[in-house]
Design a binder for this molecule. Structure first.
Ligand code: TRP
Ligand code: SF4
Length: 329
């Protein structure tokens, strides 16, 4: 039986951090073996928020794709490309924009939240409101059946399904309705205890040197109730434990931490040091592969170029069908 097609994208944010790796990339690594995967860099989507300062997008794309490859995303298993290289996304976006009611976009919770929260940029633009319409085009232009995303993207996917249904209702059954595959994302907290995010400046990057990684881990916040070495602590309230021990430590180590922390038998530095080598060991092969890949400066462009050509071919076939369905051709 033919493999089901999966599509997923990431905005180009530059070097990946542990949150991306354990939350998204590890899932992609599994999926690329089981499905017909299309993974792309959503560089036009980056413009919806960064239109006034687009200068970093190109380099961020390169850094991000280097990390994809270093982490094991395989261009022979998955089609890797840049959104802006496949102009058909823009054509389908225009056509979908004709049939998408404004009210659907205006009630999108992500839209309302971001308008409210982001104060350093003016997001009252047509492109930002239309973000989910472009995202729908990204997905259905490949007739993707499954879209793996985190819970934060679920409302966008629901909109995509609605837009797809409306298209099929108006013009005939051209597209499969994309199914949401919710990715279980482990809780990865940054050095300040908030969710790990580049914009919070609390991230541990895959390509940080072992020394920097160790420094970041050793300086991470712990259970705030544990002010002195003699104070007992609660691992379940400790951002360090919840991220690093939960993810990397074996049962025995976790038990040692739980008892030692609750009884003030171990100090935080000792506790942290017990897991640092495991984190470094996990990242070592990724870092080695990245160093190898960086030796060939043309590699990323070549991979994205080949992926873009393949994606364009598929998107082109869909668009011929779409123009016919709308009776433009
Ligand atoms: N909106 C997604 C994000 O910010 C990126 C994205 C764009 C996407 N188009 C997509 C994800 C299509 C899945 C499918 O993470
Ligand atoms: Fe956290 Fe470990 Fe310190 Fe307890 S001992 S507060 S689990 S870092």
């Amino acid at each position: 039986m033919a493999k089901k097609r999966i599509l997923s994208g990431m905005r180009p944010t530059g070097k990946l951090h542990l949150g991306h790796y354990y939350g998204v990339i590890q899932n992609w690594l599994k999926l690329q073996k089981e499905y017909d995967c299309y993974f792309f860099v959503a560089d036009w989507h980056a413009l919806t928020t960064d239109y006034a300062s687009p200068g970093a997008i190109k380099e961020s794309t390169r850094e991000m794709v280097l990390d994809w490859l270093a982490a094991g995303i395989d261009p022979n298993e998955a089609v890797l490309f840049r959104q802006s290289a496949v102009k058909e996304h823009a054509e389908l976006f225009v056509l979908l924009s004709m049939i998408t009611p404004l009210s659907w976009l205006e009630r999108n919770p992500t839209y309302k939240e971001q308008l409210h929260e982001v104060s350093d940029k003016d997001l009252h633009t047509f492109g930002f409101l239309g973000y989910p319409v472009l995202q729908t085009a990204d997905i259905i232009i490949y007739k993707a059946e499954v879209v793996p995303v985190g819970i934060d993207q679920a409302p966008h996917l629901e909109l995509s399904r609605e837009i797809t249904r409306r298209f099929n209702f108006l013009y005939g059954e051209v597209f499969p309705e994309p199914q949401t595959m919710l990715t279980e994302v482990p809780k990865i907290l940054g050095t300040d205890g908030r969710k790990m995010s580049k914009s919070y400046n609390n991230a541990v990057f895959l390509s940080d040197s072992p020394k920097v990684i160790e420094q970041k881990l050793l300086s991470m916040v712990t259970d705030t109730a544990r002010k002195r070495r003699t104070d007992p602590g609660s691992p379940d309230l400790c951002p360090f434990y919840l991220t690093y021990h939960v993810l990397f430590s074996d049962l025995q180590t976790k038990e040692w931490v739980r008892q030692g922390c609750a009884a003030a038998g171990i100090g935080c530095i000792e506790c942290k040091k017990s897991v640092v080598p495991r984190v470094l060991a996990d990242l070592e092969p990724i870092q080695a592969r990245r160093a190898e890949l960086e030796k060939d400066p043309e590699m990323v462009n070549a991979i994205l170029g080949a992926g873009g050509a393949l994606a364009s071919a598929v998107a082109g076939v869909t668009m011929a069908e779409v123009r016919k369905a709308i009776r433009l051709e």
